[in-house]
Design a protein around this ligand. Structure first.
Ligand SMILES: [Zn+2]
Length: 447
């Protein structure tokens, strides 16, 4: 396939550069040739506007999409929001989950994401009994991703405690496993089943620990010893001060300190949120080269706070972005929210350059994923996951191409190409149509 565009963000020797009149050729899902300053070949598809690498979504809970626009009556905090979330979780079935996740993943693709790390913990039937097909929920998510053409890193989550020293509550029972060994076995069997059913560049399994609230210290030690080395590992970390307080009280260490004690920090780990950190935590995460997944629109929606992203990046952490509970599914808004949080908390502009924001939305997530991710700028050898942005909409008119991360929205995504195939034209998914009606139909299943 050949695509031609007026402008494209390409890799240059000193970072991304905006090139004119660019033709991109793909073969086998990868970019095999890029020519700039050329006319379109007769067989090339012409893309409108500016070609960017597609975004990667490093943190998602697909079913949280049900809650959008339904949790804003009255006051409250994260913990009250969690009650709403548990109600939606209790209503999921493999069938309704597949329908919902298909719609949510379609919304992601139309917004310009080509990959997602799904932090999945609704494993079993309400009450905790396994389904007759033990991977029913996981396979529902995998099929949904394939239907929606998004690359899925399916993070199977260990969640065995309802808080430090507490058993799972009744509504958490379906998230659990008998113990860490049962989870490791289930994970191994899931990997085998996924590998035999789906192409690895579209669906691959990773691992997650819910949090230091959901996984006791003795299990962290088992995971450090027994989790296969080739799996990315994710964990929610220090999203709320109450989690830090409980951890310090129980273990005498912050959550980051506890993970460090077991050797779990490092490039293989994606620590999600990292909102409330000590200086020592920042040094641990930075020096270990841990990937920190910021979810700025979710953190704003849930009144979590603003994490120290710039300081973490300066300390050596890799910053990635995720949409988490999907109050917003829009990589452009997420990039901007990261920088806006920094500006609001520091009183300075330009804390992250547009190129760094793009990096966080693309390459930063690569270490969070078991599937390929588009790089921060298009180059030969990378997966051909490309998004074309209209530069003359009401939102984008007048913007310099390289500064579109600070002005574009998902509404400006004119084309999405994944693995060299055109899958979105002007908000229309090539097989599923508009995501809006799909979402409305899927969300009708929930109270
Ligand atoms: Zn999360």
């Amino acid at each position: 396939m050949r695509y031609w565009c007026e402008k494209a963000i390409l890799s240059g020797t000193d970072g991304p550069v905006t090139a004119d009149r660019v033709e991109i050729e793909s073969d086998g899902g990868r970019i095999v040739r890029i020519s700039s300053g050329v006319a379109a070949s007769p067989d090339a598809q012409v893309l409108p506007g500016v070609a960017f690498p597609a975004a990667a979504n490093a943190h998602s809970h697909a079913f949280h999409r049900v809650l959008r626009g339904r949790t804003h009556a009255g006051r409250g905090d994260f913990w009250l929001w969690r009650e709403h979330m548990y109600r939606s979780a209790s209503e999921l079935t493999p069938e309704s989950y597949e329908q919902l996740a298909t719609a949510v993943f379609a919304e992601m693709v139309v917004a310009g994401f080509s990959s997602v790390a799904e932090f999945h913990y609704v494993h079993h039937q309400p009450g905790g009994r396994p389904y007759p097909e033990p991977h029913a929920m996981e396979l529902a998510l995998a099929r949904a991703a394939v239907t929606a053409d998004i690359r899925l890193t399916l993070l199977d989550t260990l969640y065995v405690a309802g808080g430090i020293g507490m058993p799972l509550s009744a509504e958490q029972a379906r998230f659990g496993d008998v113990d860490v060994h049962a989870w490791l076995k289930r994970l191994e069997s899931l990997r085998a089943e996924v590998a035999s059913t789906f192409p690895p560049e579209m669906v691959s399994v990773g691992a997650a620990l819910h949090s230091v609230r959901g996984v006791p210290e003795e299990d962290l030690a088992v995971v450090a010893r027994e989790l296969p080395d080739d799996l990315p590992l994710h964990i929610h970390l220090s999203e709320q001060p109450a989690e830090n307080d409980a951890c310090v009280e129980a273990y005498g260490l912050t959550p980051a300190g506890l993970l460090a004690r077991h050797g779990l920090l490092g490039p293989k780990l994606s620590a999600v949120h990292c909102t409330h950190l000590t200086e020592a935590d920042i040094n641990l995460l930075g020096e270990s080269g841990t990937t920190v997944v910021m979810c700025p629109t979710t953190e704003a929606d849930l009144a979590d706070g603003i994490g120290p992203a710039r300081v973490l990046a300066d300390a050596g952490a890799t910053i990635a972005l995720g949409t988490d509970q999907h109050a917003v599914i829009d990589p452009w808004i997420e990039m901007r929210a990261l920088e806006h949080g920094e500006r609001l908390s520091s009183g300075q502009r330009g804390r992250f350059s547009p190129a760094e924001l793009l990096q966080a939305a693309t390459q930063g997530a690569a270490r969070s994923m078991a599937t390929p991710v588009a790089p921060g700028a298009l180059h030969v050898g990378a997966v051909c996951d490309v998004v074309a942005i209209v530069p003359d909409s009401a939102r984008t008119a007048g913007s310099r191409p390289e500064q579109l991360p600070l002005s574009a929205t998902a509404s400006d995504v004119a084309r999405v190409i994944i693995g060299g195939r055109l899958v979105v034209t002007n908000g229309h998914h090539h097989t599923l149509g508009e995501p809006g009606p799909l979402l409305a139909a899927a969300i009708r299943n929930f109270t």
